[in-house]
Design a protein around this ligand. Structure first.
Ligand code: PLP
Length: 404
C-alpha cells in the first residue's frame, strides 16, 4: 500500500525555504515538481553515462541507446501501447505541431477540423495554420454556460459535420475539467474522423490506458508528469503513424540519402531527426517508473480529497467565483475574487509563499467565453497536503483583507 503522505519527502524542493517561508506549491498544472529519482538519474547520466545514441559501436553509446530505447518501452507500457507507436518530441507543443502539419496533408477546402473551447493555444494555433495552408475549416464544439463541455451539442456537431479530425484536450489546463472523450472518440471512429487527444494535463493524474481509449493519437509532456522540461512525445496508432509524411528532416531519420533523393526510416525513427534529448528521455522514464510505484487509485483519492477540501473552503469566502466542472476535475481550481485583478491576487499570495498561476493560462478564447480576462489558478498534485490548503486559504483571506 502506498503511503501517499510520505511521498512528499521524495521531492527535495519541499525541504527548502523560499524567502524565509515554506513553499506552498499550487502550480503543478504549469509544471510538476521532480522527485529525487528523476533528478538523480539525469545527474548520473551526465556524470557516468553520457554518450550519443544510435551512432556508436562503443560501450557508452550502446548503453545510452539501450537506455533511450528502453525508455520508449517504459512509456509505451505505461500507456498500454507498443513502443514503435511512441515518438519522442520536445513536448506536447511540438507533438501537436507535428500532428497538425502531417495530418493536414491532403486536406482541402471541403475538409473540417474540430477542437473544443477549452483548448490550450498549443492545440488551437497549429490547426489554424493547417487550415490556412489547406483551406480547411476549423470548428469549435459548444460549451454550457457553466464552463462545462456541452456533450450533446458536441455529438450533434460531430454528426452534422463528419470532420476529418477532432483534436481535444483530455483535461483542461485552465479549469481542470476531465472531458468526456470516450463517447466522442467512439463516435469519431464510426464517422471516420481521426482523433487527437492532448494529454498534457492527464498523464500524472489519470494514468490513461490508450488501448481502452481507442484514440488515434495522444500527445504528452514529461515536465507535467514529474519528468524534465524540453521532452515529451506522442502516441500514434501504428498504421496511421507510419503513413504520415515526414515533419522535420535531417540525420538519423533517414534510410538512404543521395544528392538527388532521400528515403526515410519507418516510424517512430522517421520523426526523430538529429540528436535527441537523451537525458530528458531517460529522466522521463524515471518519472514514469516512479509513478508506476504508486497505487494510482490511492493517488487519485488523495488528490480528490484535497481538491474538494480546497473547493469547499474557497467557496465559503463571499465574493469568490469558481469556473469549470467541479464534478469531473483532476484538482485544478480556477477562480476570481469580486472584481480584483487576478495578477494582484497572485502577487500578494506570493508574499505568503503561495505559488499559483494567474492570467489566461494560454486559453484566451476560453477566457472570452467565460467573460473574464483571466483567473487565479491553484493546481494540485499528489505531493500536496492539507497544510498547503490551510496555508493557501489563510493567505487568500489575508490578501482579501488587504484589498477590500
Ligand atoms: C493542455 C496543454 N496542452 C499543451 C501544453 C503545452 O505543453 P508543453 O509545455 O509540453 O509544450 C500545455 C502546457 O501548459 C497544456 O497544459
Amino acid at each position: 500500500m502506498t503511503d501517499i503522505h510520505a511521498l512528499r519527502d521524495d521531492f527535495p524542493i519541499f525541504n527548502k525555504q523560499l524567502d524565509g517561508q515554506p513553499l506552498c506549491y499550487l502550480d503543478s498544472a504549469a509544471t510538476a515538481q521532480k522527485p529525487n529519482k528523476v533528478i538523480d538519474v539525469i545527474k548520473n547520466f551526465y556524470e557516468n553515462e553520457n554518450s550519443n545514441v544510435h551512432r556508436g559501436l562503443h560501450t557508452l553509446s550502446e548503453n545510452a541507446t539501450i537506455r533511450y530505447e528502453g525508455a520508449r518501452e517504459t512509456i509505451a507500457t505505461f500507456l498500454n501501447v507498443s513502443a514503435k507507436e511512441i515518438v519522442w518530441t520536445s513536448g506536447a507543443t511540438e507533438s501537436l505541431n507535428l500532428l497538425a502539419h502531417c495530418l493536414s496533408n491532403g486536406l482541402n477546402a471541403n475538409s473540417k477540423i474540430v477542437i473544443s473551447p477549452f483548448e490550450h493555444h498549443a492545440n488551437i494555433v497549429p490547426w489554424q495554420e493547417a487550415c490556412k495552408r489547406t483551406g480547411a475549416q476549423l470548428l469549435v464544439l459548444p460549451m454550457l454556460e457553466s464552463g462545462v463541455l456541452d456533450e450533446q451539442g458536441a455529438i450533434a456537431l460531430l454528426q452534422a459535420h463528419k470532420p476529418d479530425i477532432l483534436s481535444i484536450g483530455h483535461v483542461s489546463n485552465a479549469l481542470g475539467n476531465i472531458q468526456p472523450i470516450e463517447p466522442l472518440i467512439k463516435l469519431c471512429k464510426a464517422l471516420g474522423t481521426k482523433t487527437v487527444i492532448d494529454g498534457a494535463q492527464s498523464l500524472m493524474h489519470l494514468r490513461p490506458d490508450l488501448k481502452a481509449l481507442d484514440c488515434d493519437f495522444y500527445v504528452f509532456s514529461a515536465h507535467k508528469s514529474l519528468g524534465p522540461t524540453g521532452v515529451g512525445g506522442l502516441y500514434g496508432r501504428y498504421a496511421l503513424l507510419n503513413a504520415l509524411p515526414v515533419y522535420k528532416t535531417g540525420g538519423e531519420m533517414i534510410h538512404e540519402v543521395t544528392f538527388a533523393h532521400s528515403s526515410y526510416r519507418d516510424a517512430p525513427g522517421k520523426f526523430e531527426p538529429g540528436t535527441p534529448n537523451i537525458s530528458g528521455v531517460i529522466g522521463f522514464a524515471a518519472a514514469i517508473n516512479y509513478l508506476n510505484g504508486i497505487d494510482s487509485m490511492a493517488l487519485q483519492r488523495h488528490e480528490q480529497v484535497l481538491y474538494h477540501s480546497l473547493l469547499e473552503k474557497l467557496t465559503k469566502i463571499a465574493g469568490v467565483t469558481v469556473y469549470g466542472d467541479t464534478n469531473n476535475n483532476v484538482g485544478i481550481v480556477s477562480f476570481n475574487y469580486k472584481n480584483e485583478h487576478h495578477y494582484d491576487l497572485a502577487t500578494l499570495l506570493n508574499t505568503y509563499g503561495v505559488a499559483v498561476r494567474s492570467g489566461h493560462h494560454c486559453t484566451q478564447p476560453l477566457m472570452k467565453m467565460l467573460n473574464v480576462n483571466g483567473t487565479v489558478r491553484a493546481s494540485l498534485a499528489f505531493y500536496n497536503n492539507e497544510d498547503d490548503i490551510e496555508h493557501f486559504i489563510n493567505a487568500l483571506k489575508a490578501t482579501i483583507e488587504l484589498l477590500d
